[in-house]
Design a binder for this molecule. Structure first.
Ligand SMILES: *Cc1c(COP(=O)(O)O)cnc(C)c1O
Length: 351
């Protein structure tokens, strides 16, 4: 069967079911025919309105961008920010909620650019106590760590397959709770008849999707179906575990090389990406990626290196290769660092 034939209704619904399972939700996420960033912008466009107070947690560049989109929509945006080598604390979020009295709380679960993971479950607990609508960018969390939409009470969550799920980046998904749909519908400014419209994607009461499957890019959809089948075959928990092991092994390896994680609190390191702090005048300044070792993005260039041990690279041999690369750049022997990475990987999950 030619792969470019329009998507069948069955394939289309299978994709939705896969996304529901990934998010541990009984609701049906909407498919976004583009990169995850499109879904994130669509959420901002759908919820922002003059008079709506939104508390936006900023722990990296994606949070900054989200705040700008909310402001464009006329919302009153309050910001609580961490330095980018630390994640946000639950206390800081609690104080900001108290002060700004928002109706919405938004944040990024895990930051691929800074290598930190926010205390998501506890932040969402606070939000629930305060009755807030919650928005989570879980693009860099899904596959690497749990994202429990219903249990944690997330109203809007964006995911894509291109990070922890080893899939393509051309179709992503937004999970929306019943409360989330109501919140969109109550917003007269929420886009309609637009690529940024989530309301256009809402199913009827009978569950009929508004978009015919044929309008979803078929090649991309089939690649995604395949990638998500692989994830289900391995088991999402096992995929999470592989990412944890990779991050623990990477941290163990870099420490033996005399380096330290960029994240000041080691326990807040993301299972998706380990960021390495660069000493001044370091021999580790690289301009181009070498395997999974990549320079810092944007303003973080020169301050950190990323070890992108995610997706297919959440494997011991990818971490070993990264440790070898760092040792070579430093002019050091890699044997002990490799042994530490291997031992830590085999120990399973403890640093
Ligand atoms: C990668 C990423 C995105 C967006 O991914 P695209 O590939 O641009 O769609 C959004 N948020 C976070 C936290 C990410 O890491």
């Amino acid at each position: 069967m030619p792969q470019y034939k329009p998507l069948t209704l069955e394939e289309y619904e299978t994709l939705h079911e896969q996304f529901s399972r990934l998010l541990s939700t009984r609701t049906i996420p909407v498919l976004i025919p583009g990169e995850a960033i499109l879904g994130i912008e669509a959420i901002a466009a759908g919820i922002a309105a003059p008079g709506r107070k939104i508390l936006n947690v900023v722990t990296g560049p994606y949070g900054t961008l989200f705040g700008q989109w909310l402001e464009r929509g006329g919302a009153e945006v309050f910001t609580v920010e961490s330095s980018f080598d630390e994640v946000i604390t639950v206390e800081a979020v609690a104080a900001a909620i108290e002060q700004s009295k928002p109706s919405v709380l938004s944040f990024v679960q895990a930051e691929s650019i800074t290598g930190g993971t926010n205390p998501t479950r506890r932040i969402l607990e606070l939000a629930r106590q305060a009755g807030l609508i919650t928005v989570v960018d879980a693009v860099s969390a899904i596959g690497a760590e749990p994202v429990l939409m219903d249990e944690w009470g997330i109203d809007f969550v964006t995911i894509g397959a291109q990070k922890g799920l080893a899939g393509p980046n051309g179709i992503s998904a937004v999970g929306i709770s019943d409360r989330g749909w109501d919140f969109l519908e109550q917003n007269p400014n929420a886009p309609r008849n637009s690529i940024l419209s989530l309301l256009d994607l809402k199913r009827t009461k009978e569950g009929t999707p508004p978009r015919i499957p044929g309008s979803i890019p078929a090649l991309e959809a089939r690649a995604l179906l395949h990638a998500l089948e692989q994830v289900e075959h391995e088991g999402l928990e096992n995929v999470n575990k592989r990412h944890r092991q990779a991050s623990f092994a990477a941290v163990a390896g870099i420490k033996v090389l005399g380096l330290e994680p960029w994240q000041r609190q080691e326990q807040n390191g993301s299972p998706l990406v380990t960021t390495v702090r660069l000493p001044q005048d370091s021999r580790l300044q690289v301009e181009q990626p070498i395997g999974i070792v990549a320079p810092g993005d944007g303003a973080l260039y020169g301050h950190l290196l990323r070890l992108n041990h995610f997706g297919e690279n959440a494997r011991l041999d990818s971490v070993e290769q990264a440790v070898r690369t760092l040792a070579e750049l430093l002019g050091q022997d890699s044997a002990q660092a490799l042994a530490a990475a291997r031992d830590t990987w085999r120990a399973g999950h403890d640093r």
